[in-house]
Every structure is written in structure tokens, then in C-alpha cells.
Ligand binder design. Structure first.
Ligand code: ST9
Ligand code: ZN
Ligand code: ZN
Length: 295
């Protein structure tokens, strides 16, 4: 992978470096203490991981960034609450950065430009000030749908109290009910948060570097099965960058795609509607024209 021509000095945000280092150090320690945890605590944190992930995948990503389906108010509120469990910035900030990522992929205006290397696209972009192009080009995006969505704006406004409660207090308090110690409760909570972050970041790093490119061989995003599984269907990244408005993020429906299965369930319950897909003949034509098996 070619690194970009970026020669501008980076402005390190030491507060983030210290917090992320502490989080990762505590998470490594938490792994060594896992054998002391009740099985119920591990099951609970795993369940919480999946719920928080849906707040990002089905919520911030497929609903609010890409408008790939529509959701009724109760589902929107549910997804916004799940999103606060994940602490990945408010839905508004997440969706704005993600739209810039798609529109200016792998340029200086891409917040996690993978041409600046694995470390930058994985975590480094959260440890330094943004490239001015990200902010300048981001300000030109049409974000009216986000501004006009009361659920998005409410979550943005009360983001800090909502994440304190949903990401750190509730998940760590629940295991105390079945006799877990406070220290193990807290360690497993932080480990779950750290794992969720790293899996999400793998979409920006791993899935922008390694995998097949059946839909467009000229771009870096790739289909990566490991990321597909860990990120609940978000690793079909070559397909996703070619057809970002498909609610399923792949041509395989809900296969290997827990997020798509979740949206399908919401559709059958009447809570999700106007699910956007791509016609199979369009996909096939694109594969023949630009995919890795095209000539
Ligand atoms: C995290 C996010 O981890 C992860 C996102 C990953 C995305 C993945 C994509 C793949 C999709 C698939 C999903 C898979 C999910 C799987 C789940 C499995 C579990 N446009 O930001 P500032 C403005 S977060 C326009 O401070 P700095 C902004 O409004 C982790 N404008 O920039 C502000 O204006 P004003 C936890 C923009 O100072 C001004 O610019 N969170 C844009 O350079 C300054 O904004 C953290 O670690 C834009 N795009 O600081 C916090 N962006 O002043 C990290 C900004 O008027 N963030 N503006 O309000 C920070 O600390 C800082 O943002 C910074 C940059 C240090 C990184
Ligand atoms: Zn991408
Ligand atoms: Zn996307």
C-alpha cells in the first residue's frame, strides 16, 4: 500500500493517547482475569457487545449514514440507546465522518485515510487533530436529514450522560446482581468496550487492505471474512463502497450478516421499511465490468 504524500506535521492529542493506552492496558489485564468471572458475566458482556454493535451497524451506519432503510420512531429510539452503549461518538458526528469517508475515500479528506497506513486508519486518526480537508469538505455535505432528526439531535445533545450510563454504569452494575465482584465487573466491561472499538476500526484498516475485490478491483476496500464475522456483516467492504445504499451491505442477504437479519426482523415487525437493495443484474454487470475477475 502506497502511503500518501502527507507531509504536514501532525498535532498529537495527548489526552486521547493516554486514555486509549490506558484502555488497552486495562483490557489486556482483563483478559488475564477472565477465568475469575462468572459465566453469566461473560454471557452478559457478549450480549452487550452485540447490542452495542447493532447501535453502530444498523443505527449509525446503515440507517443514519446511508439512509439505506427507514425506521419508525420506536426503532430509532431503540437504536439511539444501543448506539450510546458503544461510545463511538454521537450518531451525528459518526454519520458526518462516515459520509466524508465514502465521498472522499482514501484522500486527505477521509478521516481514516488508509493510504496513511494501518496504524493511522485503525486508531491513529483518533489520536491526532483532523486533516483540514476533512473539516472543510465535511462542511460542504448536506446533513439536513441529521439536523432534522430529533432522535439524532437529542442523542447528540445528551451524549455524555447517555454514554456514562449506557457504556459504563449499566453494563458494569448488572453483574453485581449475580454476585460478581465490582473489579471483575468493571474489567469485563472495559474489555467489551475495547473489543468493540477494535473490531469497528478493523473495517477501516483490515478491510481497506486485505481481501477480495469482486465488484471493483480499482479501489482498496475489500471483502474480508474475518471482519464480516466479527463486525456483524460489515466486512463486505468492496461491495459496500460500490453499493453503499444497499441495506444488506452485501449481495448475500442475511448470510454471515447478523445486522441484515436484525433489520429483516424489524421489517417483519413493521418497524423498518423502504429497505433499499441493488438488482442482481446490476451487481453482475458491475462485477463483469470492474470486478477482480473482469479482464
Ligand atoms: C470511534 C469511532 O471509535 C469509530 C468510527 C469507525 C467508523 C467505521 C466505519 C465502518 C462502517 C462499519 C461499522 C462497523 C461497526 C462494527 C461494530 C462491531 C462492534 N465534517 O472532531 P474535532 C468540525 S470513536 C465537518 O474536535 P479535531 C467539528 O464539528 C471512539 N466538520 O476535530 C468541530 O467544529 P466546531 C471514542 C467537522 O480538533 C471542529 O471541526 N471517541 C468534521 O481535529 C473540530 O472537530 C474518541 O476517541 C467533519 N467530518 O480533533 C474521540 N469533523 O468547533 C475521538 C469535525 O464548530 N475524537 N468537524 O464544533 C476526538 O477526540 C477528536 O475528534 C480528534 C480530532 C482528536 C480525533
Ligand atoms: Zn470504508
Ligand atoms: Zn458505509
Amino acid at each position: 500500500m502506497k502511503h500518501s504524500e502527507e507531509k504536514r506535521p501532525v498535532h498529537v492529542v495527548w489526552r486521547n493517547v493516554i486514555l486509549m493506552t490506558l484502555l488497552h492496558a486495562v483490557s489486556v489485564y482483563a483478559v488475564t482475569q477472565l477465568h475469575k468471572a462468572h459465566l453469566a458475566t461473560i454471557v452478559w458482556e457478549f450480549f452487550y457487545y452485540v447490542m452495542a454493535a447493532l447501535g453502530v451497524t444498523a443505527g449509525a451506519h446503515r440507517l443514519w449514514s446511508h439512509k439505506s432503510y427507514k425506521a419508525r420512531l420506536p426503532l430509532k429510539i431503540f437504536l439511539a440507546v444501543l448506539n450510546s452503549m458503544a461510545l463511538q461518538n454521537s450518531i451525528f458526528d459518526w454519520a458526518r465522518d462516515h459520509r466524508v469517508h465514502h465521498k472522499f475515500s482514501e484522500t486527505d479528506a477521509d478521516p481514516h485515510n488508509a493510504k496513511r497506513g494501518f496504524f493511522f486508519s485503525h486508531i491513529g486518526w483518533l489520536l491526532v487533530r483532523k486533516h483540514p480537508d476533512v473539516i472543510e469538505k465535511g462542511k460542504r455535505l448536506d446533513l439536513n436529514d441529521l439536523y432534522n432528526d430529533p432522535v439524532v439531535m437529542l442523542q447528540h445533545r445528551y451524549y455524555i450522560p447517555s454514554v456514562i450510563l449506557m457504556c459504563f454504569v449499566l453494563p458494569a452494575a448488572m453483574p453485581l446482581l449475580w454476585g460478581e465482584t465490582l473489579s471483575i465487573s468493571y474489567l469485563t466491561c472495559l474489555l467489551r468496550y475495547c473489543a468493540g472499538l477494535n473490531v469497528t476500526w478493523c473495517v477501516n484498516s483490515v478491510a481497506h487492505m486485505w481481501g477480495n475485490k469482486p465488484y471493483d478491483k480499482s479501489i482498496n476496500p475489500a471483502e474480508n471474512l474475518l471482519v464480516v464475522i466479527c463486525a456483524m456483516g460489515e466486512g463486505f467492504h468492496n461491495y459496500h463502497h460500490v453499493f453503499p445504499h444497499d441495506y444488506a451491505t452485501s449481495e448475500f442477504g442475511f448470510r454471515f450478516n447478523l445486522t441484515t437479519a436484525f433489520i429483516d426482523c424489524m421489517f417483519y415487525l413493521g418497524l423498518a421499511y423502504d429497505l433499499r437493495t441493488v438488482a442482481p443484474e446490476t451487481i453482475l454487470a458491475r462485477k463483469k465490468r470492474t470486478g477482480c475477475l473482469s479482464d
